[in-house]
Design a protein. Structure first.
Length: 350
């Protein structure tokens, strides 16, 4: 049997090619989660439940993102982080986004009618930054089709015009390099390529906080949380922890074990592995007349294939009318070939 890059950390029972929707839990994370559930049911919660596991997850993410842990805030969803940023912008501020970017990045700005939301093609984003642009918000890797943003050009253009930058690294970190220190803000849902349970999400901010107001802060955002349980929090944390939202405790209990697998395996090795599988898939699909073109393989004309693939126990997604397959460290060449075999038996595109 072919060995996966993830080795003994995983034992999928299907041909799982849907990491862009949700990553698989490593065995270690699943075990900690089960123990955590049992402990809370038995009245013996784990001593790591709460701040100990949150702090371990924060530190591990900081290492992967290339920033100091003091710049990392935690929450349960990207939209919460983005909403925090959107709520801190002044009236009339222009926010520049890419056409069709993910809603959790875009909608918190769209629901503020006093902001100027301007949408342009992804390839034109850097060129469209102009005087008066307050913020450029973009996903490093597009959810719908896996296209990769020119982050260096976007960063340079934003700096030239005095605009801040917000990068959604949800579809990137874990396999694609994003140095969070290069940008004002990053947001990352960790339940995809970082293999965490859903409910784990990270925000990075500048050392000065980036002008954000901690409007979602509760007792956990206090400098001493146990002295911040009642009434107004008198002293907010000096670090980005002041932007923490109260944590999904069981999700964060398992998060350090999941992030440890990414660190242990190494993002560079994971990237090389994932891209090799994606290239194998693209080559096979090109032979069938399809022309996808990204590391996350999105195939036009196969939006009707999900049911047939699911019946064959091949797990993919349909996004924006495309079949979307995403390859990660628990996948092998045999998984690619299984996908290609099933697709080759489909009828011609409608």
């Amino acid at each position: 049997m072919e060995t996966t890059l993830g080795g003994a950390h995983f034992a999928p029972k299907s041909t799982y090619l849907n990491t862009a929707s949700m990553g698989l839990l490593p065995r270690e994370a699943a075990a900690v989660l089960r123990e955590g559930v049992d402990g809370t049911a038995d009245g013996r919660p784990s001593p790591d439940l709460g701040f100990p596991s949150v702090d371990r997850a924060r530190a591990a993410f900081a290492r992967l993102a290339g920033v100091d842990p003091g710049r990392v805030a935690t929450s349960g969803a990207v939209a919460v982080h983005t909403g925090l940023i959107a709520g801190s912008l002044p009236e009339g501020a222009e926010v520049l986004i890419a056409d069709g970017d993910f809603s959790s990045l875009v909608n918190p700005f769209a629901v503020r009618p006093d902001l100027k939301l301007r949408s342009v093609p992804l390839t034109a984003l850097a060129d469209e930054v102009r005087p008066g642009t307050a913020l450029v918000a973009v996903s490093a890797v597009q959810s719908a089709d896996g296209r990769i943003a020119d982050l260096a050009a976007i960063r340079a253009a934003a700096r030239a015009h005095g605009a801040r930058t917000l990068v959604d690294a949800t579809q990137a970190l874990g396999w694609f390099p994003v140095d969070a220190g290069d940008f004002d803000y990053t947001v990352t849902g960790a339940y995809k390529w970082l293999l965490c349970p859903r409910g784990v999400s990270f925000l990075t901010v500048p050392e000065d906080g980036g002008g954000l107001r901690p409007v979602f802060s509760g007792w956990t955002a206090g400098e001493d949380p146990w002295e911040s349980c009642y009434g107004p929090v008198r002293r907010l944390a000096r670090t980005a922890r002041r932007f923490d939202e109260s944590h999904a405790l069981l999700a964060y209990l398992a998060a350090p074990e999941a992030l440890a697998v990414i660190e242990e395996t190494g993002p560079e090795a994971i990237r090389a592995h994932n891209l090799a599988l994606a290239e194998r898939c693209r080559a096979g699909l090109a032979g069938l007349g399809y022309e996808p073109g990204s590391a996350i393989v999105a195939v036009p004309g196969l939006g009707h294939a999900e049911e047939t693939l699911a019946a064959a126990d091949v797990r993919v997604a349909i996004r924006a009318g495309n079949l979307r397959a995403a390859f990660h460290l628990y996948n092998t060449a045999a998984d690619v070939d299984r996908l290609l075999d099933v697709v080759s038996g489909l009828p011609a595109r409608p």
